[in-house]
Design a protein around this ligand. Structure first.
Ligand SMILES: [Zn+2]
Ligand SMILES: [Zn+2]
Length: 139
């Protein structure tokens, strides 16, 4: 075996390794961006940047990619919505601002009337409602 052959073999292996590494970077980037963006243009562009510039392109991708994945964004919007609903659910007495439960008829502190009972089915109704939404009886 000549030294030339060994050098050539080493270079070929190195080349194959770099090519595989390069390709792995592109595949990784494409998978990563698909979790972060639904826009096909953004997905292809991100993979192309890494394909052309390799590790340098990956660095650019890291700097520019959306900070959170679609799953994370979805989770966050759910949490925010739940928080909003909780705030909306909390009712306060118009007179004394005491916190009220959803089905209170009167404020337990100042006895302001909050709700009335349906004349027909007996469920708690908003004072302004002219008809019961549960049994359709007029009030
Ligand atoms: Zn009150
Ligand atoms: Zn009713």
């Amino acid at each position: 075996m000549s030294l030339d052959f060994l050098v050539q073999l080493a270079l070929a292996l190195l080349g194959a390794y770099i090519a595989a590494f390069w390709l792995a970077l592109v595949v990784w980037t494409y998978r990563d961006i698909r979790l972060r963006s639904r826009d096909p243009f953004v997905q292809v562009l991100s993979a192309l940047i890494v394909l052309i510039f390799g590790p340098g392109g990956l660095l650019v991708y890291f700097l520019l990619r959306p900070p959170e994945s679609l799953a994370e964004a979805f989770q966050r919007s759910l949490a925010e919505e739940a928080l909003m609903r909780e705030v909306e659910d909390q009712e306060a007495c118009p007179t004394c601002k005491r916190h009220l439960e959803r089905d209170f008829l009167l404020c337990p502190d100042c006895q302001t009337q909050i709700r009335k009972l349906c004349l027909h089915c007996g469920r708690a109704l908003n004072l302004k409602w002219k008809v019961c939404p549960y049994c359709a009886a007029e009030q």
